[in-house]
Design a protein around this ligand. Structure first.
Ligand code: SAM
Length: 337
């Protein structure tokens, strides 16, 4: 909850009280702390990453490990002991990458590689798209946005990504109701909020802040009407969307938004039903909770969302582009410099 500045103060005083700053042979300092508490170890690691640094830890004494013998009596370690080090350098872009150590010529750079993955890939989604992940004692911030753009890049396709609240530098800030690409495109992929299930921002133009279902559909339709003139005739629009339920009522956002696209003059080509169980597990929502909610409110357990594919009718003539009023132009130029 504290700001990075206050966390630094807290951390510095913790180290003064129960850690140490040792001079290294290279003239710098090494900040180290020891603890028997996994909770304290993990919390301090989290504080370090929130300070813009990172920390690793190592088990130095196992539980029941013999420490020494005093007059024949075996002294054993009652609790495991962990030692943690603050990492000041090498925090970006790769963390925990082992460099050749000057004091140990046998150490080698740890290899990094990109591999193709076969099998399921789950995408956790959180409102600010930044997830704190810890595996095998290594903690990192992990971004989860812009997946479509990453795939496009991998396939060597040009793509423009926009979001009203972007979380990556390669995503352009823009309200999809107004901003448009610098030139015509051949595929549009829309992944709007599923109305108000997740609050992505407080922006009143964010679709998640639509007060009523009618408002949500009206805003969604505005997005379609805005992008349509820039999609080449005969080309495709894919909509990724899921339903929602509220107060015991199933709200078929998938079909309602699908109708809006059809009303805007598109031909429906496919309704792909996508298994989303993994997504929900990624969000930390246990399957049992979904099951409980479904049974409590009297509907089937949600296990799917949709990818709905449309084709823009081939009208033969280029559609007239929307008139850009000076005030709006300023807004768009800011979106697409
Ligand atoms: C379901 S999420 C899409 C997540 C995306 N596929 C990803 O991997 O990060 C919906 C996104 O729509 C964005 N959004 C909501 N209203 C918008 C608007 N009017 N213009 C542009 N983006 C909007 C939200 O900020 C949110 O990031």
């Amino acid at each position: 909850q504290l700001s990075s500045k206050l966390l630094k103060v807290l951390f510095n005083y913790y180290i003064k009280g129960d850690g140490n700053n040792r001079l290294t042979p290279y003239g710098g300092y090494r900040t180290t702390w020891w603890t028997t508490s996994p909770r304290l170890r993990d919390d301090l690691q989290e504080i370090c990453i929130k300070m813009g640094k990172s920390a690793n830890f190592q088990l130095v004494k196992k539980k029941n490990e013999t420490i020494k013998k005093i007059r024949g009596r075996v002294i054993k370690q009652e609790h495991p002991i962990w030692v943690s080090n603050l990492i000041i350098k090498s925090n970006t872009p790769s963390v925990y990458l082992h460099r050749n150590r000057r004091d140990n010529p046998n150490t080698k750079n740890r290899e990094e590689w990109i591999d193709s993955h076969r099998g399921m890939v789950y995408c956790v989604e959180v409102p600010n798209h930044i997830v704190y992940v810890r595996r095998n004692g290594k903690a990192v911030w992990s971004g989860n946005s812009g997946t479509t753009g990453d795939v496009a890049k991998k396939l060597g396709r040009k793509c423009v990504m926009t979001d009203i609240k972007p979380v990556r530098k390669d995503i352009i800030r823009g309200d999809a109701c107004f901003c448009y690409p610098p030139h015509n495109v051949q595929l549009v992929i829309l992944h709007p909020p599923y109305w108000d299930i997740i609050k992505y921002s407080k922006d009143r133009n964010d679709l998640c802040n639509a007060e009523t279902l009618e408002d949500y559909l009206r805003m969604f339709r505005k997005v379609i009407d805005n992008v349509t003139p820039f999609l080449d005739d005969g080309r495709f629009l894919a909509l990724v969307i899921g339903d929602k339920y509220s107060k015991g009522e199933w709200i078929p956002l998938g079909f309602l938004t699908m109708n809006e696209v059809i009303k805007a003059g598109y031909i429906l080509k496919s309704i792909i039903v996508k298994n989303m169980i993994g997504n929900e597990r990624g969000k930390g929502i246990a399957n049992n909770l979904w099951r409980y909610r479904a049974l409590k409110d009297g509907f089937c357990v949600f296990k799917h969302e949709y990818v709905i594919v449309f084709q823009k009718k081939n009208v033969g003539l280029p559609l007239e582009k929307p008139k850009v009023f000076p005030r709006m132009l300023g807004k768009c130029q800011r979106h697409f410099p």
